[in-house]
Design a protein around this ligand. Structure first.
Ligand code: MN3
Length: 203
């Protein structure tokens, strides 16, 4: 299997009450699993992609064979984005950023409050399905960006540090149309130690 389906490091109910167990179970075992399966089907037998990671394939999306490029963009993006997403959230989390990433956030956004405003705004205003991201850009600076569908910042040379999934499947069972409530609750599950580790190792 070129791209593996990751097990979560916490239980489906571990993010209650912010993200409910049923949403977590469906999101991981159904939605994410389907992206992984379809990604693997798409790249099967493509010699030029052999030995490359999912992240590497997304970073070279314009060089992916045209007959599978859209399938890779959607399903490879879905596979990689969700694996990343699970890694930056968790139980007993939330609070404010720590370590070098906290300093970078202060420098770029004037502090956690300024960051939160911009990140929430991106997540709220992403029209339809998609994601909001904290990324490190090619100049090494932090940026907040949003992407539609399963597009990855990796495809435009930006390294993800934090992500929020704003597809309805990520919140609809608990929050229905109240996306802003889900976004506000999301701050309680951000694993800032993980975000900081990613930032430090990406330097
Ligand atoms: Mn999702």
């Amino acid at each position: 299997m070129p791209y593996s389906f990751p097990q979560l490091k916490y239980a489906y109910d571990a993010l209650e009450p912010y993200i409910d167990a049923k949403t977590m179970e469906t999101h991981h075992s159904k939605h994410h699993k389907t992206y992984v399966d379809r990604f693997n089907t798409a790249i099967l037998g493509k010699k030029e992609l052999e030995g490359k990671t999912g992240e590497e394939i997304l970073a070279m999306i314009n060089a992916v064979p045209e007959d599978i490029r859209m399938a890779v963009r959607n399903n490879g993006g879905g596979a990689v984005n969700h694996t990343f997403f699970w890694s930056v959230i968790g139980p007993k989390a939330g609070g404010e950023p720590k370590g070098p990433v906290a300093e970078a956030i202060s420098k770029e956004f004037g502090g956690f409050k300024g960051f939160k405003e911009k990140f929430s705004d991106a997540a709220t205003t992403q029209f339809g399905s998609g994601w909001a991201w904290l990324v490190k850009n090619a100049e090494g600076r932090l940026e907040i960006v949003k992407t539609p569908n399963q597009d990855s910042p990796l495809s435009v040379g930006k390294k993800p540090l934090l992500a929020i999934d704003v597809w309805e499947h990520a919140y609809y069972l608990k929050y229905q149309n109240r996306r802003p409530e889900y976004i506000e609750a999301f701050y309680n599950v951000i694993n800032w130690n993980a975000v900081n580790d990613i930032y430090v190792s990406a330097k």
